[in-house]
Design a protein around this ligand. Structure first.
Ligand code: HEC
Length: 336
């Protein structure tokens, strides 16, 4: 009897293993098909070009922002950044910035140019698929084309401009891209290479006015993202300024800015209209529910009622405007 049981158990275990391996293979085949399409899309709409080429950037940005496969493949949020400085450290322990799909596909992903090469593997430790896309960074654009001056940190700027790969992590269950990273894996010698570009010292301003009197960074004011005829776009900047004042009074900038002063492991950025717009539902919810601001030990600390009311008022105006701008865009956007 025991032997027969063992044989039966053995048979079924083998079957079960076979079935799960088959499920795994099917999941992988599905993900591989998507990755192939993604690599084709990226190298078609964002091909290798001169790293100063503004038109190439604009074409890529519009295509990725407006209904791309890349955008459709993201989950509710994407965590973005560099690999942990210690190779092999887990994603969980890696400091990353949290972006809504529109912020990442409008402001960050288009800064890369893709050569069409890709590889896919399954990371047993993370239990998640990893795609490596051959890519170079557009490092010679006007300063206002970056979502903020990456050169506020010299190492960050150099890591961006020496990147030769974009890594996308895809959750096996949902098939969504959940984490993105840029890195130089040292394995390839891509040509053409981006010649390192030196940037002036950072002056502490995440937004500024350029010599022509225009506010910068341009894409954070939706220039190049929403169409120029969108009637709500020009109202967004003044509405953001009011909200930004309230956020300043509420000490939100003490934490939610790119230099990550309080070393959040999941940084949320609010320092420009486009960054705040992508987070506005979460901003309103966290202020309404008294979750923000928090103190250094991450405990909620009260803000005075006036500041809270101002955050909710100006936040509400900004939220309505961005909703109207998005709706107008959805209705009027024509294929280019
Ligand atoms: C002392 C640092 C600090 C301050 C000040 C602060 N925050 Fe946060 N904020 C955090 C941390 C840390 C998180 C991540 C918390 C988490 O997800 O557990 C966070 C998360 C958020 C999120 C994302 C919530 C989500 O659902 O993902 C929003 C939006 C936010 N904060 C808005 C604000 C606003 C608005 C203010 C000012 C009124 C503010 N924060 C002030 C540290 C801070």
């Amino acid at each position: 009897m025991p032997t027969r049981f063992a044989a039966v158990a053995g048979c079924c275990l083998a079957l079960a293993l076979g079935a799960s391996a088959q499920g795994h293979d099917e999941a992988r085949a599905g993900i591989e098909a998507t990755v192939l399409q993604l690599a084709q899309e990226l190298s078609t709409v964002c091909p290798l070009a001169d790293p100063a080429d503004q038109t190439a950037l604009e074409d890529c940005r519009r295509a990725l922002f407006a209904g791309s496969l890349l955008r459709r493949s993201l989950g509710n949020i994407l965590l973005w950044g560099r690999p942990h400085p210690n190779p092999g450290e887990s994603l969980k322990n890696t400091t990353l910035t949290q972006f809504a799909p529109e912020a990442w596909t409008g402001l960050y992903a288009p800064l890369f140019m893709f050569d069409g090469t890709w590889s896919l593997d399954y990371d047993e430790g993370e239990r998640i698929y990893r795609v490596r896309l051959g890519a170079l960074f557009r490092n010679a654009l006007d300063p206002g084309q970056y979502p903020y001056p990456f050169w506020h940190d010299a190492k960050k700027w150099n890591d961006y401009q020496s990147a030769n790969s974009v890594i996308l992590w895809i959750a096996p269950q949902s098939g969504n891209i959940v984490v993105g990273q840029f890195t130089n894996d040292g394995q390839r010698d891509p040509s053409p290479k981006s010649v390192p570009v030196a940037r002036p010292a950072f002056d502490g301003q995440w937004m500024w006015t350029d010599a022509t009197g225009a506010s910068q960074p341009a894409p954070t004011l939706f220039r190049g993202l929403f169409s120029e005829e969108n009637p709500y776009v020009r109202e967004l900047e003044p509405a953001y300024r009011e909200l930004a004042n309230a956020m300043r009074t509420g000490h939100c900038n003490g934490c939610h800015v790119p230099n990550n002063p309080s070393r959040m492991s999941r940084l949320v950025l609010l320092q420009t209209p486009a960054h705040a717009a992508a987070e506005i539902k979460r901003i309103m919810r966290s202020v309404r529910d008294n979750e923000m601001p928090v103190d250094d030990s991450l405990l909620y600390h009260d803000i005075d009622p006036d500041t809270r009311a101002a955050l909710l008022d100006y936040g509400g105006v900004f939220e309505d405007l961005i909703d109207a701008a998005r709706a107008w865009e959805a209705e009027h956007a024509r294929p280019r």
